[in-house]
Design a protein around this ligand. Structure first.
Ligand code: PBG
Length: 327
C-alpha cells in the first residue's frame, strides 16, 4: 500500500491525540446563568430545567459557592421580580431583585465576575422586551429604560452588562449612559445575534417572561437569516460592544464561525435553556450519554469560534476539564 497520508497516525494514542488537539478550552471562559427572585428562603427547581433553580437572595450564596469551587469565574444574573408593570420599573429600581442580589453576591464572593442580563421581559406585565405603544414595542422609548437598567446594575456592582432585548441602538444608548455616569471601563457584552427561537421555551417558564400576546419576531431575528446576523454583529461592534454573542448556540454554529470571522472582538455563544432541557430529558430516558453530549455541544461551539460559552452546564464542564475529559 502506497498511502502517504494516513491521518490515523495522529490518532494512535491518547497522548498524541491530545498533542494535536485543535480546540483548547479553559474554565475561565465559562459563564453560568442563574435566576434570582424576590422572597425568602426559596430554592425552587425549574420544572423544565431539572437541576436549575430559582434562588431568593438569602439562598443564592450556596450556589455561588458551588460555582466558585468548580472554578467557574463568572455568572450571569437574571432577575424575577414579584411585581411587574407596563414599563418594567422593577428592572431599574435601586432595591430591585438583581440590584439586591448583586450587592449580596459581591459581599459574599467578591472574586466572582458578575454579568447582568439587561432586558425588560422579566419585568413587564405584558412580557415584551420593551415598552409598548399600542401593540408595538417602541424601540426608541425603550432605549432610555434599557440604559437606566444597565446603569442601575453597574451601580449595584455589576462588572459587565449584557443587553438581550434586540432593540436597535441599545448598545450605543447604554454606552453613552454608562460613560456619562463615569463607568467608562465597564464592558458591554451584546446579545448581538439573537434569533427568535423556540429554544428559549424553558427559560420563559423559569423567568415567567413569555409574552402575553404576539411573539418576539419583530425584534429578535428570523432564523433563516445569516447575513442579517453579520449586520447585527457589526452594528453592535460599531456602537461599542466589547463582546458579541450568538444565541442559541447548538443550531447556530455557522453564525458563531461567521461572527468570529467578520469581527475582531471576543465572540460568546449561549447554549440556552431548550438545549439544556433536551439533554436532560433524553438523558433521563437513558437515550443518550449526558456527559458526552454536554462535552460535544460545548466543544462544538468553541470549535466554531466561540471564546466564551454561557451554559447551564458550566459546573459540569469545569469538572470535565479538571478530569481531562475535554479541553
Ligand atoms: C431575555 C432573555 C431570554 C434569554 C436570555 N435573555 C429570553 C428571551 O429572549 O425570550 C433566553 C435564555 C435561555 O433560553 O436560556 N430577553
Amino acid at each position: 500500500m502506497e498511502l502517504v497520508q494516513r491521518p490515523r497516525r495522529l490518532r494512535g494514542s491518547e497522548t498524541v491525540r491530545r498533542m494535536v488537539r485543535e480546540t483548547r478550552m479553559d474554565k475561565s471562559s465559562l459563564i453560568y446563568p442563574m435566576f434570582v427572585m424576590d422572597g425568602q428562603n426559596i430554592q425552587e427547581e425549574i420544572p423544565s430545567m431539572e437541576g436549575q433553580y430559582r434562588y431568593s437572595v438569602d439562598r443564592m450564596g450556596y450556589e455561588l459557592e458551588r460555582v466558585a469551587k468548580a472554578g467557574v469565574g463568572s455568572v450571569m444574573l437574571f432577575g424575577i421580580p414579584d411585581v411587574k408593570d407596563e414599563c418594567g420599573s422593577q428592572a431599574y429600581a435601586e432595591d430591585g431583585i438583581v440590584q439586591r442580589a448583586l450587592r449580596e453576591a459581591k459581599r459574599l464572593f467578591p472574586d466572582l465576575y458578575y454579568i447582568t442580563d439587561v432586558c425588560m421581559c422579566e419585568y413587564t406585565s405584558h412580557g415584551h422586551c420593551g415598552v409598548l405603544r399600542g401593540s408595538e414595542v417602541d424601540n426608541d422609548a425603550t432605549l432610555e429604560l434599557l440604559s437606566r437598567i444597565a446603569l442601575s446594575h453597574v451601580e449595584a456592582g455589576a462588572d459587565m452588562v449584557a443587553p438581550s432585548d434586540m432593540m436597535d441602538g441599545r448598545v450605543r444608548a447604554i454606552r453613552e449612559k454608562l460613560d456619562w455616569a463615569g463607568h467608562k471601563n465597564t464592558p458591554i457584552m451584546s446579545y448581538a445575534v439573537k434569533y427568535a427561537s423556540a429554544f428559549y421555551g424553558p427559560f420563559r417558564d423559569a423567568a415567567d417572561s413569555a409574552p402575553a400576546f404576539g411573539d418576539r419576531r419583530s425584534y429578535q431575528m428570523d432564523f433563516h437569516n445569516s447575513r442579517e446576523g453579520v449586520r447585527e454583529a457589526l452594528l453592535d461592534v460599531g456602537e461599542g460592544a466589547d463582546i458579541v454573542m450568538v444565541k442559541p448556540a447548538m443550531a447556530y454554529q455557522d453564525m458563531i464561525a461567521k461572527v468570529r470571522e467578520v469581527t475582531n472582538v471576543p465572540v460568546a455563544a449561549y447554549s440556552v435553556s431548550g438545549e439544556y432541557a433536551m439533554v436532560k430529558a433524553a438523558a433521563k430516558m437513558g437515550w443518550i450519554d449526558e456527559d458526552r453530549i454536554i462535552s460535544e455541544m460545548a466543544v462544538g461551539a468553541y470549535r466554531a469560534g466561540a471564546q466564551i460559552y454561557l451554559t447551564y452546564f458550566a459546573k459540569e464542564l469545569a469538572r470535565f476539564m479538571d478530569e481531562g475529559r475535554i479541553g
